[in-house]
Design a protein around this ligand. Structure first.
Ligand code: FAD
Length: 331
């Protein structure tokens, strides 16, 4: 590999989410000086399904963050259940995960990773930086037509816990229900603005619109407010940003129903941190990212078209769930 020899004096990382903190930890491991610039005050809630794919374990282990992750008490998620259909016949596909996945709130996880980076020697600051070497600022969206835009929402609930991550697909929306630390359950959905506005953005009414989802939530009580985010846009996949290393959602935003965004963020963050520290050319870094992360994007694109075209319900019984899960993981 044609690495340039220049070792950067200090690596500035814009964004202290999972990608930015992973970048910091990886760069520190290469002996670099690091500064992380984060505009928000942590801990803070973040709209996310809070589902961590099983492959997160070796990624966090390599960064020296696995023990802290386990100490935060993540829930074990052992099964998936996908429910297709709103008021008509519900088709359900269930399967066991090949290895346990994890549920941990972003409130806990993002703080944990940024604190580890700070403890390992990163300077953490809220000052702005015009030309950071690593950009890990999360997803961005171009202006889109009102009504067509997608928004995400989430809240935490208490009540009986279950070891399945369940996804309910209805009316061009989907809502995930999955356990997290402390016996809580995270409920997180994504829906077009036109659908949300029919309910006046009242999320309690939205999640009870699907009878199957209403049944699932019936024994649970909401213990946080609803948080929302948007508009969401897929597609800024592996763009070249000149001399900067883009990581996480800033590099590519995969459809959340794959549950692989956090894994991709931690992995690309670690790759960016190492690349910046050893002076690997940005073009080579991008090539490595594409090879590692492209598959979930391609498969998610096909699945999204199936959902929007209304043929996912008919195809669902034909596609083995373990294959769908495997195809939406980074390599
Ligand atoms: C509705 C929804 C559900 C999801 N569910 C899941 C799931 O269950 N599992 C999964 O694996 N993935 C999920 N994802 C995807 C996951 O949330 C992202 O892939 C992940 O957050 C990306 O991490 P990141 O560090 O790249 O970006 P972010 O988590 O967005 O972090 C970026 C950080 O940069 C900071 N920042 C931004 N701009 C600046 C600036 N100018 N200066 C300083 N700081 C700045 C922000 O404050 C933020 O802390 C979901 C996404 C959505 C929208």
């Amino acid at each position: 590999m044609a690495h340039c020899n220049k070792v950067t004096d200090r690596i500035d990382i814009l964004g202290g989410g999972p990608a930015g903190s992973a970048a910091a930890l990886a760069a520190l491991r290469e002996g670099a000086r690091v500064r992380v610039i984060e505009k928000s005050r942590f801990p803070r809630h973040k709209v996310c399904g809070e589902f961590f794919s099983p492959e997160i374990a070796p990624e966090l282990e390599q960064l020296g963050a696995w023990d802290a992750f386990l100490a935060a008490g993540p829930a074990r998620v052992c099964r998936t259940a996908l429910h297709f259909g709103g008021h008509s016949k519900i088709t359900t596909k269930s399967s066991r995960l090949p290895d346990p996945a994890f549920g941990l709130s972003r409130y806990a996880f993002d703080l944990l990773l940024l604190d580890l980076a700070g403890a390992a020697g990163a300077e953490v600051s809220s000052e702005t930086q015009e030309s950071p070497l690593i950009v890990a600022t999360g997803r961005s969206a171009k202006p889109t037509q009102r009504g067509q835009r997608l928004f995400g929402f989430k809240a935490h609930f208490e009540g009986p816990v279950d070891d399945a991550v369940e996804l309910f697909f209805f009316d061009r929306c989907y809502v995930g229900v999955s356990c997290i630390e402390g016996g809580k359950t995270n409920v997180c959905g994504l829906a077009p603005e036109s659908f949300l506005s029919r309910f006046g953005f009242e999320y309690d009414s939205i999640v009870t619109h699907s009878p199957a989802l209403a049944d699932r939530l019936q024994p649970l009580q909401r213990v946080t407010q609803w948080f929302s985010t948007g508009p969401l846009q897929y597609g800024q996949a592996f763009a070249n940003a000149g001399d900067a290393y883009l990581a996480g959602d800033a590099l590519s935003f995969v459809d959340p129903f794959t549950g692989s965004g956090l894994l991709a963020a931690v992995r690309s963050g670690a790759m960016a941190g190492k690349a910046a520290a050893i002076g690997q050319p940005v073009a080579e870094y991008l090539r490595d990212c594409r090879a590692s992360l492209r598959q979930p994007f391609q498969v998610a694109g096909v699945l999204r078209r199936a959902l929007e075209g209304g043929w996912a319900e008919r195809l669902a019984p034909l596609a083995p769930s373990h294959l769908l899960f495997a195809l939406t993981r980074p390599k």
